[in-house]
Design a protein. Sequence first.
Length: 137
Amino acid sequence: MNKFGSWLRQAGMNMTNGIRRFMAGRYGHDRLNMAILILGVILSVLSIFMKNALVNVILNLGSYVLLILALVRCFSRNTYKRYDENRKFLLMVDRIKDRSHRYYACPKCRQTVRVPKGKGKISITCPKCREKFIKKT
């Protein structure tokens, strides 16, 4: 029994090392991947309750596409692009959560400027190029 236990432990270590070597240089998992996976599972569960065959097929196909997209992102070697996608997703989520500010783009340099909500018409100065523009908050 002792030999089997040590063999099993060694096999587990070999498998762990193999997975680590396979994932070296690949992007891995992030918040955008988690959101894609959750959306894919939700579509899959919704397809179970749909009576219409066409809607069922569309939801199933959509869930498969999202799950495959999550796997492709996870195993991608283009880490910079995946990091940039995740950063943009997190910025979008933060904007949705931020209910006390409005976001505007500077008309001159396109820099995003955050201003407080509910102040009426205000003059906004871009911190990057010092362009002044008036917007209603």
